[in-house]
Design a protein around this ligand. Structure first.
Ligand SMILES: Cc1cc2nc3c(=O)[nH]c(=O)nc-3n(C[C@H](O)[C@H](O)[C@H](O)COP(=O)(O)O)c2cc1C
Length: 337
């Protein structure tokens, strides 16, 4: 698929997830074949007023490309300046957040607040579009009521301002993550718009990814929460997309991926911060494995790389020796999820 002039190898996209989709996580997902990875939302104010902590969110690497960086804010000029910073750091796409419904963000008129302020949204779209040459996309929700009227209105405005693609998570702002995503709204947008529509919400298996495409006609599928527990989902989906046999994602492959993720996290954020983060992260990746709660208890105190890697590989050997046969471990027969 294409977003404006940018080629995307396949239509399966990692959603922006605050606190999660940093460079090491994006690299892990990219190595599973994902077509496009997205950063977590980054404050436009933080970028423009030079907060070094905020600038760290823009750390990227060639091996994750193409990459989209998402910004949030409510001031058109600041959003335009932030988009230029994002472009200057080598982003392939700049994405505007109109979906975040956290009170702190809504209070500033950013995120999902823009779904109810069409005029402000339009001014931001125009300002950002004029400020950069890379594709500009937006990520929206249904809006403030379940009909999806805001999504329709905002999408038409966005398209007329030259926005290059729209990702929609069809839940209302009030719904947060409750209930079910209403895929009928994705279908409505797809019928109405000429720019690509990226569907998002509740995809956690290869079946659901292809069901979303067939039910809505969307151009691409974006996956968030399921990727956190099962980064390898992208491998399965992309194999099906290419009509290849389902890949054997062996136990040792998964542990190797986790091990590389640990080392990349240390390289990106330093050993102390990375090891603290691993206390929760490794629990997510190993959810559903035999004795995973014992492993999770063990990692709550890790302080350095050696401890983390040792615990990880000890755990691997525990599972490996308890496998019924070597063959069970080599293939995908240890139930992960
Ligand atoms: C922990 C978490 C953080 C999120 N952070 C962002 C974000 O920074 N920007 C954004 O547009 N959406 C964010 N979202 C929403 C997701 O991108 C996605 O729209 C939502 O999770 C629905 O997709 P899913 O069912 O595949 O998870 C976040 C969701 C979660 C659970």
């Amino acid at each position: 698929m294409k977003i404006a002039q940018l080629d995307i190898e396949n239509p399966f996209i990692l959603a922006p997830l605050a606190g999660i989709t940093n460079l090491p996580f994006r690299q892990m997902i990219k190595s599973c074949g994902c077509g496009l990875v997205c950063s977590e939302m980054v404050s436009a104010n933080g970028l423009v007023y030079g907060s070094s902590k905020t600038m760290d969110y823009l750390i990227s690497d060639v091996n994750e490309k193409p990459v989209s960086f998402q910004i949030f804010g409510s001031h058109p000029e600041i959003m335009a300046d932030a988009a230029q910073i994002v472009e200057s750091k080598g982003a392939d796409i700049v994405d505007i957040n109109l979906g975040c419904s956290v009170r702190k963000v809504l209070k500033t008129g950013s995120g999902a607040a823009l779904m109810g302020d069409y005029q402000k949204a339009e001014t931001i779209f125009q300002a950002v579009r004029q400020a950069v040459r890379i594709p500009v996309t937006i990520k929206i929700r249904s809006g403030w009521d379940a009909s999806g009227a805001d999504a329709i209105e905002i999408s038409l405005i966005a398209q007329s301002c030259g926005i290059d693609a729209i990702a929609i998570h069809p839940r209302t702002a009030r719904q947060a993550f409750g209930g079910k995503a209403d895929w009928r709204i994705i279908r409505k947008l797809k019928k109405m718009l000429t720019i690509p529509v990226i569907g998002n919400g509740d995809v956690d298996t290869p079946d659901k990814a292809f069901q979303m495409i067939s039910e809505t006609g969307c151009d691409a599928v974006m996956i968030g929460r399921a990727a956190v527990y099962n980064p390898w989902l992208f491998k399965q989906i992309i194999a099906r997309y290419h009509q290849d046999p389902q890949p054997d994602i062996s136990l040792v492959d998964r542990f190797n991926d986790i091990s590389v993720y640990i080392d990349r996290s240390i390289a990106t954020m330093g050993e102390i911060r990375a090891c603290r983060l691993m206390r929760s992260r490794l629990g997510w990746f190993t959810k559903g494995l035999p004795n995973s709660s014992r492993f999770r208890d063990g990692i709550t105190k890790v302080e350095n790389r050696e401890q983390v890697q040792q615990l990880l590989w000890n755990y691997y050997h525990d599972i490996h020796t308890s496998c019924a046969s070597q063959e069970d471990c080599a293939t995908n027969k240890v139930d992960f999820f």
